[in-house]
Design a protein around this ligand. Structure first.
Ligand SMILES: [Zn+2]
Length: 153
């Protein structure tokens, strides 16, 4: 997906008009089948087939984000002709997702995985736009990992 005009930071780029689908992901195979869908919750997804969102690429240093599950917003100024990308991890709680990343940015995480695997610096950049249920999931996992580390000494 590419910008056809200059876009300012915080500007809404597009509204997601796609059906919400319930799907429980139980295996790597289930996960693969919905690779291009956008997560709306732990068991709900937006099926992006037939929409421009099907073609939006991932970057570990994304210039856009999906705010509250349905609106694509610019995280920084985007120039006409530049590619618009999102961070797939920020809209995904699928524990089986593991896609090799070749985005080539300085802070590339090498694998695209569920939201709770991203470092706090990445999460806080997206925080205002992350849906409440994903925020809770992230924070719960983050706290658990700290407690676990503390218990191990
Ligand atoms: Zn990357």
């Amino acid at each position: 997906m590419f910008a056809d005009e200059d876009i300012k930071r915080g500007e809404r780029i597009q509204y997601l008009r796609v059906p919400k689908v319930k799907r429980v992901v139980r295996s790597k195979k289930d996960s693969k089948a919905i690779e291009h869908w956008i997560g709306a919750g732990k068991y709900s997804w937006f099926d992006t087939r037939g929409t421009p969102f099907r073609y939006i690429n991932h970057s570990c240093d994304a210039n856009a984000a999906i705010a509250g599950t349905k609106t694509l917003v610019a995280l920084r100024d985007i120039k006409k002709g530049q590619e618009i990308h999102i961070d797939y991890s920020m809209t995904d709680a699928d524990p089986f997702m593991s896609i090799a990343c070749k985005c080539g940015t300085e802070n590339c995480r090498k694998y695209i995985r569920a939201i709770y695997t991203v470092p706090p610096s990445v999460f806080s950049k997206h925080m205002p736009y992350v849906p409440k249920n994903f925020q809770r999931l992230y924070l719960r996992n983050y706290i658990q990992s700290k407690v676990h580390r503390y218990q191990k000494g």
